[in-house]
Design a protein around this ligand. Structure first.
Ligand code: NDP
Ligand code: 2IT
Length: 451
């Protein structure tokens, strides 16, 4: 196949995908980015262009949508919608988080599940791709309400998951508390101690050391690898971080550990810039213990911190940027501001936080850009290590898990880098990640026949 006929075939596939999956803009965006990377692969390796392969990759193996009724503390009844998209199991059981956020719909879950296929392939750890969640809004809900919601959600979800089938974990709005309630209900319904059915569990009951920290740690490790390729390290570099949840907090922690200066965090209402560097203990107290807003951080921190309501964290000058909140949070104008301020590297802690136009702007300006599929794979990688510990009824030390995580992030960086070079786009980690992930999934699917 020539490059131009590959490009034509992929463009018509994309048009078809958009027609068959209407009103799913995030899924279209995620699929478009991968399909745009594949033309040179189809041209070089005709076996990948054979009819049906890429079409199967773009079609989830199974999509489950269900009703989640629950009662709030006043006795009022609510009806939410639950989702689990089991996208691809060629490399292992479906694996991916659950998101509880009012913006969740089928298209969002499909974009996340699609990304997860390639991310999980890049880890090399034998996990397929899936994602799930609900349009439930946990904000302002009591522990008892969150528990009742999780129990209702699992009452349906339990029949679709299992340690050899589909293994959910956390994502936005789903952390240790929610995984606990979900696991409890699964255990009750099935009467099985099946530790490997969920990851992100508490360490006293089957969880892995470092899983909480893994995504943030991993994205800093990925940024360090990108900088190393340019003869630099993290020491003394300033960083802007968006978000103030799980990924952002442990990105900030690892930046501090490596001698860098994280200056910001944010939530959906505004951002904090702290000229002395974010005080990690205060941030954890406000967000993890009190579940409060970051405006509270600024109030307590004193003169070094300023709270900017409604502002954009990307206006703060820094050497590095870590978008770690949500999809499409870094737009072209933000990329231009980052470039103007001399940013050297951007590592996506969140999934698809950078719009396609912003990615292009950053890459054209020579900024090292680590896409989420690669840069935030540390979380799911440690989830796979948690599954491994559960299968062996074992529990590893934090040192061992962190050493494994460091090795895995280094391997992911290397394969993305080498693949980009091989296909003639050196330094393009987006293309490198898409192609390297695709090749692993495609090889397994070809070997397993037309299913
Ligand atoms: P959390 O729920 O812990 O934190 C989410 C953070 O993002 C909060 O600060 C939240 O602010 C902000 N946020 C969420 N939605 C929006 C929105 N629509 N607009 C602006 N800000 C928003 O989630 P995580 O830290 O776990 O997840 C963050 C990102 O990282 C997501 O893209 C997720 O998919 C990705 N990710 C997570 C992994 C994990 O292991 N947890 C692994 C890999 C990727 P507010 O409180 O105001 O809503
Ligand atoms: O986006 C992600 O990779 C996650 N939310 C983590 C998935 C997992 O199964 O640990």
């Amino acid at each position: 196949m020539t490059l131009s006929s590959s490009t034509d075939r992929l463009a018509s596939l994309r048009a078809d995908l958009e027609r068959r999956n209407p009103a799913e803009p995030e899924f279209h965006q995620a699929a478009r980015e991968v399909l745009e990377s594949l033309a040179p692969v189809f041209a070089a390796r005709p076996e990948y262009a054979q009819p049906g392969l890429i079409e199967r990759i773009c079609e989830p193996e199974r999509q489950i949508i269900f009703r989640v009724p629950w009662q709030d503390d006043r006795g009022d009844v609510h009806v939410n919608r639950g989702f689990r998209v089991e996208f691809n199991s060629a490399l292992g059981p479906y694996k991916g988080g659950l998101r509880f956020h009012p913006s969740v719909n089928l298209g969002v879950v499909k974009f996340l599940g699609f990304e997860q296929i390639f991310k999980n392939a890049l880890t090399g750890l034998g996990i397929g791709g899936g994602k799930g969640g609900s349009d439930f809004d946990p904000r302002g809900r009591s522990d008892a309400e969150v528990m009742r919601f999780c129990q209702s959600f699992m009452t349906e979800l339990h029949r679709h998951i299992g340690e050899h089938t589909d293994v959910p974990a956390g994502d936005i709005g789903v952390g240790g508390r929610e995984i606990g309630y979900l696991f409890g209900q699964y255990r009750r319904i099935t009467n099985r101690w099946e530790a490997g059915v969920l990851t992100g569990k508490g360490q006293a009951w089957g969880g892995s050391a470092i899983r909480t920290q893994a995504t943030g740690y991993g994205s800093v490790l990925f940024a360090a690898e990108m900088l190393r390729g340019r003869g630099e390290d993290l020491q003394g570099q300033t960083a802007v971080v968006s978000g103030s949840g799980n990924v952002a907090i442990y990105t900030i922690e690892m930046l501090g550990r490596r001698g860098a200066h994280p200056l910001t965090c944010s939530d959906s209402e505004g951002y904090v810039v702290d000229e002395k560097g974010i005080d990690l203990e205060l941030l954890k107290q406000v967000k993890e213990v009190e579940r409060a807003r970051i405006s509270e951080y600024a109030q307590r921190r004193g003169a070094s911190a300023q709270y900017v309501r409604g502002g954009r964290v990307w206006d703060v000058a820094a050497d590095l940027a870590f978008p770690s909140a949500t999809q499409n949070e870094l737009h072209e104008r933000d990329a231009l501001a980052l470039v103007r301020n001399g940013v050297k590297a951007v590592a996506e802690g969140a999934n698809m936080p950078t719009t396609p136009e912003a990615v292009r702007t950053l890459q054209d300006a020579g900024v090292a850009f680590g896409p989420g599929k690669a840069a935030n794979a540390g979380g799911v990688a440690v989830s796979a290590l948690e599954m491994r510990q559960n299968a062996a009824r074992d529990s590893w030390t934090p040192e061992r898990v962190e050493a494994e995580l460091t090795g895995i992030m280094g391997d992911i960086h290397r394969i993305c880098h080498e693949t980009a070079e091989h296909y003639g786009v050196p330094g393009d980690y987006v293309t490198g990640a898409n192609i390297a992930g695709f090749e692993r999934v495609a090889d397994a699917m070809l070997a397993q026949g037309l299913i």
